[in-house]
Ligand binder design. Structure first.
Ligand SMILES: NC(=O)c1ccc[n+]([C@@H]2O[C@H](COP(=O)([O-])OP(=O)(O)OC[C@H]3O[C@@H](n4cnc5c(N)ncnc54)[C@H](O)[C@@H]3O)[C@@H](O)[C@H]2O)c1
Ligand SMILES: [Zn+2]
Ligand SMILES: [Zn+2]
Length: 387
């Protein structure tokens, strides 16, 4: 029987405050739960978004972090999907293989623990974290809480992967990179020779670019307000990449969508075959849709807009054959598909290394890693902290 563990974690006590490194008690895993020694975690834009208070559903105090990889330390009663010592990637979208969603074969949005996960709780409605100093319960986050030396997750929230893969790299597969890649391959199903536009070149947008290159897109038109992203886009997308800074490269008074339609016009009609919004800005979502070619253009929303925001366009855009779609975690079923992503990384056919722009050692450095994500000049894609 596993005992409680005392360890350090980064605690978020409320919106717009730095996280605080504190000692916590991590309870033993209950039935169908797994305690993981987190080896590495990255910081994703969604962690910053929650910390900034824009996510109206956040609960405090909590332990953020959802791009994490580690080693199974102990398992609760009834766990059969992994063993102590297994290497795992934490999954914020679980895969139970049994709910209506999983059985549909049409989506990766497993729903079985969604309600408690959204409340920052384990499936039984309680927390496994508490502050050592006074026993205050601390909430979980996105079913992962990787900003802690140890965490407890549901057994369906773990992908068991090849032990020879470096955890400091494959932790990125827990969110951003997989999201961008899957949006191209699973959601849009982009074909060889397509013309695509990518709005926003963070880790998510650059993963979209890399995936577009891998499927043989003919033109990859990258839109970002930060010129420093241009060489990165070229690294991930090669010679198919064209870079547009909307602040300087589009004539005054002209919209991005009008510009994209113009530069892709052939035989009297223009527009991209696929567009991807990877910023979380509702105006860009509209621009991305309206950049699409009449009759078949597909626009995929990946960016997460602030709570309460709405999208708009003229219905005629859709009537004339454009599709507006969205994608969470790239439509990827974590337990089934991530082991294959890890194997492709090990074979050298899937890029992860270049996404890691900053590395840190020790849970105390999580604050620095969060700050570097906020600092546009630092050019961070993903800071990775080895715990
Ligand atoms: N759907 C999902 O499953 C999922 C998963 C992970 C992240 N996300 C969301 O995806 C988005 C991107 O995440 P990230 O980690 O890559 O973020 P990031 O902040 O690293 O990247 C955003 C990029 O957009 C650029 N940008 C900002 N405003 C712009 C504008 N007006 N025009 C053009 N470019 C602009 C920035 O310069 C930056 O390069 C976020 O909203 C994040 O919450 C969604
Ligand atoms: Zn994320
Ligand atoms: Zn399910």
């Amino acid at each position: 029987m596993a005992l409680p563990i005392t360890c350090k974690a980064a605690i978020a006590f409320g919106p717009n405050q730095d996280v605080v490194i504190e000692e916590i008690i991590v309870a033993a895993p209950k039935a169908n739960e797994v305690r993981v020694k987190v080896n590495s975690t990255a910081v994703c834009h969604t962690d910053l978004y929650t910390l900034s208070g824009q996510d109206g559903e956040a609960v405090w105090p909590c332990i953020l972090g959802h791009e994490g990889a580690g080693v199974v330390e102990s398992i609760g009663e009834g766990v059969t999907s992994c063993n102590v010592g297994d290497h795992v990637i934490l999954l914020y979208i679980p895969e139970c293989r049994n709910c209506k969603f999983c059985k549909s074969g049409k989506t990766n949005l497993c729903s079985v623990i969604r309600v408690t996960q959204g409340r920052g709780q384990m499936p039984d409605g309680t927390s496994r974290f508490s502050l050592k100093r006074d026993g205050t319960p601390v909430f979980h986050f996105m079913g992962c809480s990787s900003f802690s030396e140890y965490t407890v997750v549901a057994d369906i929230s773990l992908a068991v992967v090849n032990k020879s893969a470096p955890l400091g790299k494959i932790c990125l597969l827990g969110c951003g990179v997989t999201t961008g890649y899957g949006a191209v391959v699973n959601t849009a199903k982009v074909e060889n020779g397509a013309i695509a536009a990518v709005f926003g070149l963070g880790a998510v947008g650059l993963a979209v670019v890399a995936a577009l290159k891998s499927v043989g897109a003919k033109r990859i038109i990258c839109i970002d307000t930060n010129l420093a992203k241009k060489p990165l886009a070229e690294f991930f997308g090669g010679s198919a990449v064209e870079f547009i800074n909307p602040k300087t490269d589009i004539p005054e008074g002209k919209s991005i969508q009008a510009h994209l339609v113009e530069i892709t016009t052939e035989d009297g009609a223009g527009g991209v075959d696929y567009s991807f919004e990877c910023v979380g800005n509702v105006n860009l979502m509209r621009a991305a849709l309206e950049s699409c070619h009449k009759g078949w253009g597909k626009s995929i929303i990946i960016g997460v807009a602030a709570a309460g925001q709405e999208i708009s366009t003229r219905p005629f855009q859709l009537v004339t054959g454009r599709s507006w779609m969205g994608s969470a975690f790239g439509g990827v079923k974590g337990r089934t598909e991530l082991p294959g992503y890890v194997d492709r990384y090990l074979q050298g056919t899937f890029e992860l290394d270049k996404f890691v722009t900053h590395t840190y050692s020790g849970v105390d450095k999580i604050t620095d890693a969060i700050h570097v994500m906020h600092d546009a000049a630092a050019g961070a894609l993903r800071p990775v902290i080895t715990l």
